[in-house]
Design a protein around this ligand. Structure first.
Ligand code: KG4
Ligand code: ZN
Length: 367
C-alpha cells in the first residue's frame, strides 16, 4: 500500500509518500516547509500567520513530495496526478484550527477529485509511530515491528506531554499528562526569558552541553531548579512552575536596574539546570510507567525526543530488573512535525473514512 500523507497541524506544512514493503515502512519522499523564521521574530507562533503561510505552501509541498517519489520510480510528471497512490492520509487534530483546515480540506478535495480513500490520523499517536519508520539503508537502527508491543509511549512536544500504554496499534490507555505547559513549551518560554533562539529546545541542549563539559561534575551543583511534581505518585506532569522559578532567578541574577544583561556562562548554567529539571521528571515517570506495566519497550516521540541527554538519561537509568527494557526515539528528522509519521501511522492502522465525515478537530485528544 502506498500513501500520500499530509501534515499541517502547527507551523509546518509537510507532505510525504510512504509505502509498506515486506512489512517495512519505507519513506519515498518527505517534504516540509516551515515558517519558523517568521515565528522566531515574534518569539512564538501566531496561529493566523502560520495558517496564511500554509495556504501558500500546501500545493507546492504536495507536488514536490509526489515529484520526488515519481523521480525515484522514473515516472516523472508535470501535473499533479496521484498515479500509483492508493490512499491519502491527513492529520485532523489536535492543532491550530486554521492550520488543520489547510491540510484537511486539501486532503478531502484530493480524495474526492482523484477518488482515493481518505485516512484521518491523530497527530499525537503519529509522533510515537515515527519510531516504526524503516531505517535508511546502512543505518544501524533496530527495526520495530508487530512484536514491539506492548510499549510505554512518551509524547514530548511543543504542545503535549503525555504517557500512554500501548497494547496494539489502536488499543491504548492514557496514563497521564501535563496539567499546564508542555515540556517543549516550557523550554521555549524559558528560552525567550533568556534571549535564546526560537524554538529554544535545541539551543538549551547545546548550552547545557557546553556547561557540563566546562566543569568537573563536583562543581556542577550551583544553580538548581525544582523538577515539578516529581514526587507525586501518578503519571502527571507540570512545567509552568519551573518557568516562574527561572523567571525569578533571571530577575535576580540577570538584570541590572531592571535591564537584562548577558552573562553567557550563567545562561549556560541555567540551561543545564532547566534541562535537568525537565529531564529528571520525564525519566522518573516514564520508567515508573514501564515498571508498573512490565513492558519491554519504551518509545518516545515529538520534538523534545530529539534531545540526546533525555535519551541518555533514560537508557542509563534502566537498571537491575528493568535492564531488558529497550528505549527508542525516532530518527532526528522524524522527531519534529513531519508528514512521513502521519503516513506511517496510516499504513499501520489504515482506517478509512468518507471525506464528508472528516473534520479538522483542534482539541482532538486520545479517543
Ligand atoms: O513535535 P514538535 O515539532 O511540534 C509540536 O507538535 O509541538 O515539537 C517542537 C518542540 C519545541 O518546543 C522545541 O523547543 C522542542 O520540540 N525541541 C527540543 C529539541 N528539539 C526540538 N527540545 C529539547 N531538545 C531538543 N534537541
Ligand atoms: Zn507535533
Amino acid at each position: 500500500m502506498r500513501i500520500l500523507s499530509i501534515e499541517s497541524s502547527c507551523d509546518e506544512t509537510s507532505a510525504a509518500v510512504v509505502e509498506l514493503v515486506n512489512n517495512k515502512i519505507v519513506v519515498h519522499s518527505n517534504v516540509t516547509a516551515t515558517s519558523l523564521a517568521m515565528h522566531a521574530k515574534t518569539g512564538g507562533i501566531i496561529p493566523e500567520n502560520a495558517a496564511r503561510e500554509q495556504v501558500k505552501y500546501i500545493i507546492p509541498v504536495i507536488k514536490e513530495a509526489l515529484e520526488k517519489y515519481y523521480q525515484v520510480t522514473n515516472l516523472l510528471t508535470n501535473q499533479l496526478t496521484l498515479h500509483d497512490i492508493d490512499a491519502i492520509a491527513v492529520t485532523y487534530g489536535p492543532g491550530f484550527i486554521g492550520s488543520l483546515l489547510v491540510g484537511v480540506e486539501t486532503a478531502k478535495t484530493l480524495s474526492f477529485v482523484f477518488n482515493k480513500p481518505l485516512i484521518p490520523v491523530n497527530h499525537l499517536l503519529a509522533h510515537l509511530f515515527a519510531n516504526f519508520i524503516s531505517p535508511e539503508l546502512n543505518a544501524k537502527r533496530y527495526q520495530l515491528n508487530a512484536s514491539s508491543f506492548p510499549f510505554i509511549g512518551l509524547i514530548v512536544s511543543g504542545g503535549h506531554t503525555d504517557l500512554l500504554y500501548f497494547e496494539s496499534v489502536n488499543k491504548y490507555e492514557w496514563l497521564g499528562g501535563t496539567k499546564d505547559d508542555a515540556a517543549g513549551e516550557a523550554l521555549d518560554k524559558i528560552g525567550r526569558l533568556l534571549g535564546l533562539s526560537y524554538p529554544a529546545g535545541p539551543e538549551i541542549e547545546e548550552r547545557a552541553k557546553l556547561f557540563s563539559s566546562s566543569l568537573s561534575s563536583k562543581e556542577r551543583a550551583g544553580v538548581r531548579f525544582h523538577s515539578p511534581v516529581i514526587g507525586s505518585d501518578d503519571f502527571d506532569f507540570s512545567f509552568s512552575g519551573l518557568k516562574s522559578e527561572v523567571m525569578r532567578f533571571v530577575q535576580a541574577n540577570l538584570t541590572v536596574n531592571r535591564e537584562p544583561i548577558t552573562k553567557n556562562s550563567l545562561i549556560n548554567e541555567i540551561c543545564f539546570a532547566v534541562q535537568r529539571a525537565v529531564i529528571d521528571v520525564l525519566v522518573k515517570k516514564t520508567l515508573a510507567a514501564a515498571e508498573k506495566y512490565g513492558v519491554p519497550t519504551i518509545l518516545l516521540g515529538g520534538g523534545v525526543s530529539a534531545n540526546q541527554t533525555l535519551m541518555e538519561q533514560l537508557r542509563s537509568n534502566v537498571k537491575g530488573h528493568m535492564s531488558h527494557v529497550n528505549i527508542f526515539s525516532p530518527e532526528q528528522k522524524y522527531c519534529t512535525d513531519n508528514a512521513a509519521m502521519i503516513g506511517a501511522y496510516a499504513l499501520l492502522n489504515p482506517k478509512e473514512k468518507p471525506w464528508e465525515k472528516v473534520f479538522a478537530t483542534p482539541d482532538l485528544y486520545f479517543s
